[in-house]
Ligand binder design. Structure first.
Ligand code: B12
Length: 299
């Protein structure tokens, strides 16, 4: 039926989609899937050409290539009813993909999420609730520990690469971010690092399980604008308390957050610092306001 008749170069001429891109789409998304000539050359049909044009239009409309490929491969009546998916729907799909250990599916959903929604929404309304729900399911014994580990390590990788994509100038004010001692939960701290870098701050991201003495020594050497500490477990909050005196007397601005502080916000004051918020998006303007008012006081 759909006889292949155009070579990849002819398709490039007709659609202006470079041959390399066509081959990449085929490899990554399984579309287009041209026939092969007896000597192995790709041969595209009229229908392939129409699909490629449709894919181009979707991409120009801001739809990620992976989703565009799905759309062009589905019947038209289905496509007509498709609207941009809201964060809740993307969160459900992300959870389902992670529960299936389907990292390629999760990649596709996150590309769609980034194309449709601002980064803040992707972090706080899609990734954060997915993790909380996953933790809840794990707690109820409905998700295996291995699944939860694969999912959180996948999201850790995604957040790490977001962080490496956001750079900030050396001359901007520095913020040091670390997790409390004994605390391996670093996804919240990573989100904070990503958003603060986007805000222009120079972030030194120390990461999980950071001994208090070492963190305070780094702060003494760098003299940052602030040190931010994330604690998720009762155990890590207890570990911070063991170093309460050192924290309190350290001459640096300190901010605390994470699940353990969300449950005990007053603990931040014990350590001579501030609790900001239970989510990074609200935490940042609050931090800016506190720093500004401290600077005005000094002026
Ligand atoms: C993923 C996860 C893990 C992963 C972490 C992977 C990683 N690289 O981070 C792994 C598998 C390592 C893990 C291990 C453990 N975990 Co765990 N884990 C979770 C889970 C499912 C999600 C945590 C998460 O990432 N949430 C999403 C992030 C984005 O949310 P968040 O941390 O709250 O951060 C947001 C805000 O709080 C804020 N924020 C965070 N930090 C900061 C800092 C500042 C300064 C500011 C301003 C804001 C801010 O911004 C973030 C974004 O809005 C939770 C379940 C849950 N309900 O949260 C359990 C949970 C945190 N884990 C728990 C436990 C018990 C453990 C283990 C002891 C399990 C075990 N038996 O081995 C170990 C302990 C390891 C250790 N020593 O730390 C408990 C903690 C209970 C408690 N109160 O102590 C929870 C709540 C699960 C449960 N219901 O029992 N875990």
């Amino acid at each position: 039926m759909h006889r292949g008749k155009y070579t990849v170069n002819e398709v490039e001429d007709r659609t202006s989609v470079p041959a390399g891109t066509l081959r990449q789409w085929e490899r990554r998304y399984g579309f287009p899937r041209p026939e092969r000539s007896s000597s192995g050359y790709r041969l595209y049909s009229e229908e392939d050409l129409r699909g490629i044009e449709a894919m181009k239009r979707h991409i120009a409309d801001g739809v990620p290539a992976s989703r565009a490929a799905e759309l062009v491969q589905r019947p038209f009546e289905d496509v007509a009813h498709d609207a941009p998916r809201p964060p809740e729907a993307l969160r459900d799909s992300l959870l389902a993909a992670l529960m299936d250990l389907d990292e390629t599916g999760a990649d596709r959903i996150l590309s769609e999420a980034h194309a449709l929604h601002p980064l803040e929404v992707v972090l706080v309304s899609i990734i954060q609730p997915t993790l909380v729900e996953l933790g809840e399911l794990w707690h109820q014994g409905k998700v295996a520990t291995t699944t939860e580990h694969v999912a959180s390590s996948y999201l850790h990788g995604r957040l790490r690469s977001l962080l490496s994509l956001t750079t900030s100038h050396r001359s901007n004010p520095e913020i040091i971010i670390a997790c409390a001692p004994l605390d391996q939960h670093e996804l919240g701290a990573l989100m904070l690092a990503v958003l603060l870098r986007r805000q222009g701050y120079r972030v030194t991201y120390v990461g999980a399980n950071t001994p208090v003495e070492d963190l305070l020594m780094l702060a003494q050497q760098h003299q940052p604008l602030a040190v931010m500490i994330s604690a998720s477990t009762t155990e890590s909050l207890r570990a911070l308390r063991e170093h309460g005196d050192a924290l309190r007397s350290a001459p640096t601005r300190k901010f605390f957050g994470g699940a353990a502080f969300n449950a005990h916000p007053d603990a931040a004051r014990e350590f001579g610092g501030h609790y900001l918020s239970d989510n990074v998006v609200d935490a940042i303007p609050r931090f800016d306001a506190l720093v500004r008012s401290a600077e005005e006081e000094l002026a």
